[in-house]
Design a binder for this molecule. Structure first.
Ligand code: COA
Length: 173
């Protein structure tokens, strides 16, 4: 894909040399196949066979119908963010942008959309988990104003067996 800098900002060009527009919209369950393909294409996405199945994402979007978003290039999903709340805290999962579309503000745009949607619902604080070895992810979230909570340890307990996709951030050195 041809790239040109316009006023210092990277723009992607279409076949005729015009600037390609990346559009954003709310995620719906009809996007599941494309969004899941995006997630599995990215090494290090923490995906499991229950929460990230079609039924798991359907359930999530039914509870949180208007706070998750996708970015599209001419109908092709190139970025996505899953966000929702439990009535108290907002939470973000699986923010992702296709490799060849990174570093041009798509991730930030998706985060802004999710945060605005959560704020409109009266949510005052939003959390997320990022693997400690994910340097790009941690740099990105730091830039987005999500700071490490040093005094806390994240704990969880599984209520049923789940299977995770292999994850380079969890491999022992
Ligand atoms: C993290 C991710 C979503 C960022 O998407 P993106 O579209 O490239 O991000 P943006 O272009 O909107 O960048 C936003 C800011 O983060 C910074 N940033 C993004 N990637 C960066 C990198 N590799 N190194 C340094 N800074 C980076 C940008 O410089 C920008 O800062 P600025 O506003 O000061 O210029 C993308 O890299 C990705 O999909 N990574 C794999 C999945 C992942 O790790 N997700 C996060 C953990 S859940």
């Amino acid at each position: 894909m041809e790239i040109k800098k316009v006023n210092g900002v990277k723009k992607y060009l279409n076949k005729k040399g015009g600037i390609r527009m990346i559009t954003t919209r709310m995620m719906s369950i009809d996007d599941y196949k494309s969004v899941y393909e995006l997630w599995v294409s990215i090494p290090g996405m923490g995906l499991n066979d229950i929460d990230d199945s079609f039924d798991g994402i359907k359930r999530y979007l039914e509870r949180n119908p208007d706070t998750s978003f996708v970015a599209e290039d001419d109908g092709k999903i190139v970025g996505a963010i899953l966000a929702g709340h439990d009535g108290r805290r907002g939470f973000i999962y699986h923010a992702a942008v296709l490799h060849q579309y990174r570093n041009r503000g798509i991730g930030k745009k998706l985060v802004d959309l999710a945060l605005n949607a959560l704020k409109q619902k009266g949510i005052s604080k939003v959390g997320l988990l990022v693997f400690s070895k994910n340097e790009i992810g941690n740099t990105f979230w730091e830039k987005m104003g999500f700071y490490e909570k040093e005094a806390c340890i994240y704990r969880d307990k599984k209520l049923r067996e789940m299977h995770y996709r292999p994850n380079p951030y969890l491999e022992k050195e």
